[in-house]
Design a binder for this molecule. Structure first.
Ligand SMILES: Cc1ncc(COP(=O)(O)O)c(C=O)c1O
Length: 401
């Protein structure tokens, strides 16, 4: 009997898993592209995609092949040896982005922690060890480790886990005045998500990102842009900050780069990376051959000619059509937010029931802050699948009216 036959969700929640997730009561036995097939035989349009993780959809044949090939070669070695698959992936990343050096990790939180470490290490190494504070947006999201919850600065995530990790200051999103005041002799870096994902798909305007870069230059501090959720093609550019034409110093990535396999990384300029010397940082699993093979396969697809252009084309259509629905139902939808295929539908009221209704109509979406429904199709979504989602969203709006 398989795990799916047992249907653990039916056994009245006699689960041995801890209660730290509020799980929806559906499970899936397979996925294909934009769709998931439930254990009850229902077909769902999956516009969660593991929360912007499965960048190329479920069971992508190119990724499966890469993983299967590597499974039959070697799974894990150690960073004590050369790992050619990792060399190859790092080369692809540096060739296509601002980055000059890469350290691989396993998750977004680890990548963000490594970004914080790299910033502090830089100032320590140039003889300014007092510069170790990181300035972040209040109620942003950088992960769930002790340092990253303190960086995120939301009570929801830090409550009960005190004492908070020291070294972080916070300003409200958009409060430039306060931000400038908080930059002191001790500030090492400003760290922001160019699009606040968990925070409600709040896009930081391009001019703000440019302003942040200017301030960092003026104050001789580093700019960390957390592209864990908005990076790797999600917005129609490889990195979302490319719209603003700014060059950061450090960028943590994860989610989409692994297409469903756990991969994270911190990307750095040479100026910063040169102080991450042997022994300064490490990870047992980070950069292992299985992860690197999948990462290479993901990037092969994303850097293909016209792949990103197609995301922009489809997302322009999607956003335009969503705005039309908003105009028909202004008492339900407050705002359509986002860039590319990182989309937020902000409602005037709590979004939980609406998400449930979408689910009953076989469209999967997920919550973010500020009553926002996150809509995260795979990057290779088809127009017909977007049309199906639009039809379901319209139907649910009509039912709500
Ligand atoms: C912007 C951002 N940074 C960091 C993280 C943490 O990533 P992970 O859950 O892989 O640790 C997330 C996860 O949602 C994120 O959205």
């Amino acid at each position: 009997m398989s795990l799916y036959d047992l249907n653990v969700y039916k056994i009245n929640f006699m689960t041995s898993l801890a209660n730290n997730y509020k799980r929806r009561r559906i499970s899936f036995k397979k996925g294909k592209g934009s769709f998931l097939y439930s254990t009850k035989g229902k077909k769902y349009l999956d516009f969660v995609q593991g929360i912007a993780v499965n960048s190329l959809g479920h069971a992508n044949p190119y990724l499966s092949k890469a993983l299967k090939t590597q499974i039959n070669r070697v799974w894990h070695i150690s960073n004590a040896f050369l790992i050619p698959e990792g060399e190859k992936l790092a080369k692809k990343i540096t060739k296509n982005t601002f980055a000059e050096k890469v350290i691989f990790q396993n998750s977004g939180a680890e990548a963000t922690e490594a970004a914080i470490k790299a910033a502090r290490r830089y100032f320590y190494s140039i003889g300014k060890k007092e510069k170790n504070r990181i300035l972040c947006i209040k109620n942003s999201f950088h992960g769930r480790t002790l340092a990253t919850i303190s960086a995120s600065g939301s009570k929801k995530n830090t409550e009960g886990f005190g004492p908070n990790t020291p070294g972080f200051d916070h300003f409200d999103c958009g409060d430039f005045k306060k931000m400038k005041k908080l930059i002191t002799k001790k500030t090492a870096a400003i760290m922001v998500e160019p699009i606040l994902g968990e925070g409600g798909i709040k896009v930081i305007p391009d001019w703000c990102l440019r302003e942040l870069r200017k301030i960092c230059n003026k104050k001789k501090i580093l700019l960390i842009l957390d592209e864990v959720q908005c990076g790797i093609g999600r917005t129609g550019k490889f990195f979302s900050f490319e719209y603003a034409k700014v060059k950061p110093d450090i960028v943590p990535i994860a989610k989409g780069i692994g297409g469903g396999f756990p991969v994270g990384a911190v990307l750095m300029t040479n100026r910063v990376a040169k102080y991450m010397s042997p022994g300064s940082h490490g990870s047992t699993f980070g950069g292992n051959p299985l992860a690197m093979s999948v990462g290479n396969a993901v990037l092969d697809q994303i850097i293909k000619k016209n792949f990103l252009k197609n995301i922009t084309k489809l997302s322009n259509y999607f956003l335009k059509e969503l705005n039309k629905i908003k105009n028909i139902y202004p008492e339900i939808i407050k705002e359509i937010r986002g860039k590319g295929l990182l989309i937020g539908i902000q409602l005037h009221f709590d979004q939980s029931k609406f998400i449930k209704s979408l689910e009953r109509n076989y469209l999967l979406t997920i919550k973010a802050a500020e009553n926002v429904i996150r809509v995260l199709p795979p990057l290779n979504v088809k127009k017909s699948e977007i049309d199906l989602a639009l039809k379901i969203i319209k139907k649910v709006c009509k039912e709500y009216k």
